[in-house]
Design a protein around this ligand. Structure first.
Ligand code: UGA
Length: 442
C-alpha cells in the first residue's frame, strides 16, 4: 500500500510514521521546506515520546520519506491523507478550512489512477462534500473517493493511541473506498481494534462529539470539585465512586485547572458554532466552554487565597507550564491565565517545565525560568503544581520545604495527599478536597 500524508504537523507525522511502522510505504509531504529539511535530518519538530525512534527506524528502512513536492506525493499514492491544520478562524470561532481546501485543489491536479482521499484533519460536518466538489471540479475525469477518518490521538500518548486505538472510525458509503481503508488498517483490525464504517458526515461529527463529550466530562468533575470543597467532600473519592459504574467509566475524571491544548477548546467551540449554524444548539457544550474559560482564570484566585489573600511582592514558583505532561505544547494551557493573573497581582514568577519553557518564553514577559523544581522553589513564597509531569510526583518535599520562604503548596493536579503534606508541615491546597478558610487542606 502506498500512502501519502499531506501536512507534517502533529497528526500527519504520527500517522505517517505509524503507517510506515506497519510496513506501508509512506511519503510525508509539506510545503514548509525548513520542516522537511529538518525531518530528513531526523530532527523532529515536536516533542512526542517514541516518535523520534519510529521516524528514524522507518526512514532508515526506506519505508518513510519526506518531500516538499506535494503533487508527487499525490501522484504516487493509493491513499492520500489530508492532515493539514484547521486552526480556529479569527473572529468567529469556526474552524479555518483554507488549508484543507487548498490541498484539495492541489490533489485534484495530480491524481493518477483510483485514489482514496482521506481527511484526517478535524473538520466540520460537510467538509468532505466540499473536498469532493473541489477535486471533481479541478479534475472531472479523476477516479477517487473522499473518506473521513478522524484521529483520536492524545498528545504525549499518540503512538500508543495510534497502535492500540479504542476504535477506528471511517466515514464512507463507497464500497471501493471501504475495501482500501480495511487494507490500510488491517494490522489494527487483526489486533481486534473495532473498525467502524459510517457515513462521511457521521464520521466528521463523531470526532467533535467525542472531544465535546470528553471536555464536558472534565468540566463536570471540575464543577463537582468546587462543590466538594464547599461541602467538605473529596472529589477523587467521588470520581472513583462514579467511575466504577461502567456506564460512566473512570477515565477523564481527574479534576484540575481546566482543560487546554490544541483540541478540546478549539473543537468544542467549533461544535458550538456548527450547531448554531444548523439551528440545533448544543447547550451543554456551550456551557462547558464558558465554565472552562472561567475556571482557568479562577485558579489564580485560588493560589492567591492560599497565599493569604495577597501576592503583591511575593515570588510564586510554578511547576509545569504545558497544558498537560509529555508535550511541549502551551496552547490554551491553564498556566497562561495563571501567570497573567499572578503577575497582575504583583507577584514574581519562577517557573520550571521539562519541555515547555521555550514555548512559554515566547508567551510571557518577566518570568524567570528555573533549572529544575528545586531551583524554582528556592526563595519562593509558594509552589504551585500546574502540570502533573511524572518528575513532580516524586519531589523531595523536605528539600522543597526548606527552600521555600513559607511552606505553601498549591497542587492543582492533586498529585499529593493532604494528610502527608500536613504531616510534613506544608500549608497545602488542592482541588476538590476539604479545605480551610484560605483554601488549604484540613
Ligand atoms: C484530545 C483527545 O483526548 C484525543 O482523543 C483527541 O484525538 C485530541 O484531543 C485531538 O482532537 O486531536 P489532547 O488534547 O492531546 O487529546 O489531550 P488530553 O489528554 O485529552 O487532555 C486535554 C486536556 O484535558 C488537558 O489540559 C488535560 O490536563 C485535561 N484533562 C484531561 C483533565 O483536566 N482531566 C482529565 O481527567 C483528563
Amino acid at each position: 500500500m502506498k500512502i501519502s500524508v499531506l501536512g507534517c504537523g502533529y497528526v500527519g507525522l504520527v500517522s505517517g510514521a505509524c503507517f510506515a511502522d506497519f510496513g506501508d510505504t509512506v511519503l510525508c509531504a509539506d510545503l514548509d521546506e525548513t520542516r522537511i529539511a529538518a525531518l530528513e535530518r531526523g530532527d523532529i519538530p515536536i516533542f512526542e515520546p517514541g516518535l523520534e525512534q519510529i521516524v528514524a527506524s522507518n526512514t532508515q528502512s526506506g519505508r518513510l520519506s519526506f518531500t516538499t513536492d506535494v503533487p508527487r506525493a499525490v501522484r504516487e499514492a493509493d491513499v492520500v491523507f489530508i492532515a493539514v491544520g484547521t486552526p480556529t478562524r479569527r473572529g468567529d470561532g469556526h474552524a479555518d478550512l483554507s488549508y484543507v481546501y487548498a490541498v484539495a485543489e492541489t490533489i485534484s491536479k495530480s491524481l493518477t489512477g483510483y485514489t482514496v482521499i482521506v481527511t484526517k484533519s478535524t473538520v466540520p460536518v460537510g467538509t468532505g462534500d466540499e473536498v469532493e466538489r473541489i477535486v471533481r471540479q479541478g479534475n472531472p475525469d479523476a477516479d477517487f473517493s473522499v473518506v473521513s477518518n478522524p484521529e483520536f490521538l492524545r498528545e504525549g500518548a499518540a503512538i500508543e493511541d495510534f497502535k492500540r486505538p479504542d476504535r477506528i472510525v471511517v466515514g464512507t458509503d463507497d464500497p471501493r473506498a471501504r475495501d482500501v481503508m480495511t487494507e490500510v488498517y488491517r494490522p489494527l483490525f487483526l489486533n481486534r481494534s473495532p473498525l467502524l464504517f459510517v457515513s462521511r458526515r457521521t464520521a466528521e461529527l463523531t470526532k467533535y462529539a467525542s472531544n465535546g463529550f470528553l471536555a464536558m466530562k472534565i468540566t463536570f468533575i471540575n464543577e463537582l470539585a468546587d462543590l466538594c470543597e464547599a461541602v467538605g467532600a473529596d472529589v477523587q473519592d467521588v470520581a472513583r465512586g462514579i467511575g466504577l459504574d461502567n456506564r460512566i467509566g473512570p477515565k477523564f475524571l481527574n479534576a484540575g485547572p481546566g482543560f487546554g491544548g490544541s483540541c478540546f477548546p478549539k473543537d468544542a467551540l467549533a461544535l458550538v458554532k456548527t450547531a448554531q449554524d444548523y439551528d440545533s444548539p448544543v447547550r451543554l457544550v456551550e456551557t462547558t466552554v464558558s465554565i472552562n474559560d472561567n475556571r482557568k482564570r479562577t485558579m489564580a484566585q485560588k493560589i492567591i487565597a492560599a497565599c493569604g489573600g495577597d501576592v503583591s511582592g511575593r515570588t510564586i514558583a510554578l511547576l509545569g507550564l504545558t497544558f498537560k505532561p509529555n508535550t511541549d505544547d502551551m496552547r490554551e494551557a491553564p498556566s497562561i491565565a495563571i501567570v497573567q493573573a499572578l503577575q497582575a497581582g504583583g507577584a514574581t514568577i519562577r517557573a520550571f517545565d521539562p519541555q515547555g519553557m521555550q514555548a512559554a518564553a515566547a508567551l510571557f514577559d518577566g518570568v524567570h525560568y528555573a533549572e529544575d523544581a528545586y531551583d524554582a522553589a528556592d526563595g519562593a513564597d509558594a509552589v504551585v503544581i500546574v502540570t502533573e509531569w511524572e518528575l513532580f510526583r516524586a519531589l523531595d518535599l523536605a528539600r522543597i520545604k526548606e527552600l521555600l520562604r513559607t511552606p505553601v503548596m498549591i497542587d492543582l493536579r492533586n498529585i499529593y495527599r493532604p494528610s502527608e503534606m500536613k504531616q510534613l508541615g506544608f500549608y497545602y491546597s488542592s482541588i476538590g478536597r476539604p479545605n480551610d478558610a484560605h483554601g488549604r487542606s484540613t
